[in-house]
Write a protein that binds this ligand. Structure first.
Ligand code: FDA
Length: 309
């Protein structure tokens, strides 16, 4: 892992920077590249534009590590409001939540309460809830939450990170549940004892996991979403799918709002189902630092907007 990437990921966890940097105009302007705005209305308007272009979407309210029960309850209420707005506007938008935003730091029972509320509300509205995967200390609790929730609801999915050595075993353990899985490379700073430090090993692990997931889709035992902008990986998956008995629209690619726009248009033209993750809300600092770390060249946009009038 590059030094700059490591530095940016360390910054993402720095509380003092989290308080100060978001006040700076250039940083606020640069973040707009990845986020349509801070309000729910901004996210819904973006989802409408994406719908017009043929893409579905995934909405997430930014925030993590909530340490207050009332706040955790308010986060669940915000997501409920989001689901109702999506329904009212007939948008093809699902939701994605971080367990620590729903209070996982306060105990699994707190996060489970929030997730149950959301899964129940989403089920009543014919919608779907995705659970993000955070740093490795939250892995086992998050998988535990998913197990419990999946036994109660069909409309829930979870994210798995290809950079972790243990993910092949976690995938096998989830398959009997007929899960929905979003496979990503992984966005957190993890030690080499538990995660592949080299990108090429992460990519190789991703492809192997993707094959296993496609087999489960072919057997009618999973829903697969490939959360990546890596066109080489996406091409390999698109080639592999028919060979494994999965139709070209039997899986979806998920990408982040504002990333890989050209690739997004190409996938839509070629008929691959594409879902765009739209993030919004005022608590964007750690999330934005992780986006910078994914492509340190994005720092250039921050600098450019610092000099723009
Ligand atoms: P890679 O990093 O190899 O990038 C492939 C190409 O895309 C490169 O050309 C690169 O420059 C470009 N690119 C990638 N990220 C960019 C960015 N931010 N800005 C500009 N260009 C960029 N992680 C996690 O740990 N838990 C989670 O729950 C999720 N959830 C999630 C949902 C969705 C829909 C996506 C797309 C991603 C996530 N992630 C995530 C993040 C994921 O783990 C990973 O960090 C990013 O997707 C970047 O990796 P890529 O697969 O895109 O490949």
């Amino acid at each position: 892992m590059g030094l700059l990437r490591r530095f940016l990921l360390a910054c993402s966890r720095n509380e003092r920077l989290a308080r100060r940097l978001p006040r700076l105009g250039p940083v606020r302007r640069a973040v707009r590249r990845f986020m349509p705005g801070e309000e729910l209305e901004d996210a819904l308007a973006a989802a409408e534009r994406l719908d017009d272009s043929g893409a579905t979407s995934l909405l997430t309210l930014l925030g993590e590590n909530v340490a207050d029960r009332n706040e955790a309850r308010e986060v669940a209420e915000s997501y409920t409001e989001m689901l109702r707005n999506v329904e009212a506007r007939k948008l093809p938008a699902e939701i994605s939540v971080k367990p620590t935003h729903l209070g996982l730091d306060l105990g699994e029972a707190v996060a489970l309460r929030g997730l149950r509320t959301l899964a129940g509300e989403a089920a009543a509205l014919g919608n779907f809830v995705w659970i993000d995967m955070e740093g490795s200390p939250y892995l086992d609790p998050t998988l535990g939450l998913y197990h419990t929730l999946r036994e109660e609801h069909d409309n829930v999915g979870v994210c798995l990170q290809a950079y972790l050595y243990r993910t092949p075993d976690d995938l096998e353990a989830l398959l009997p549940l007929e899960p929905a899985i979003r496979l990503v490379k992984g966005a957190y700073l993890e030690p080499a004892e538990i995660a592949h430090p080299d990108k090429k090993d992460v990519d190789r692990a991703y492809l192997t996991l993707a094959g296993r997931l496609l087999d489960a889709v072919a057997g009618g035992r999973a829903r697969a979403a490939f959360g990546t902008h890596d066109s080489r990986l996406i091409e390999a998956i698109r080639r592999e799918a028919p060979a494994r008995g999965v139709a070209p629209d039997g899986f979806e690619v998920q990408m982040l709002y504002g990333v890989g726009r050209e690739e997004q248009r190409r996938l839509l033209r070629e008929g691959t189902p594409l879902r765009i993750l739209i993030s919004y809300g005022p608590a964007w600092f750690p999330w934005y630092m992780r986006r910078l770390a994914e492509r340190p060249a994005n720092l250039w946009f921050v600098l450019r907007s610092a000099f723009r009038r």
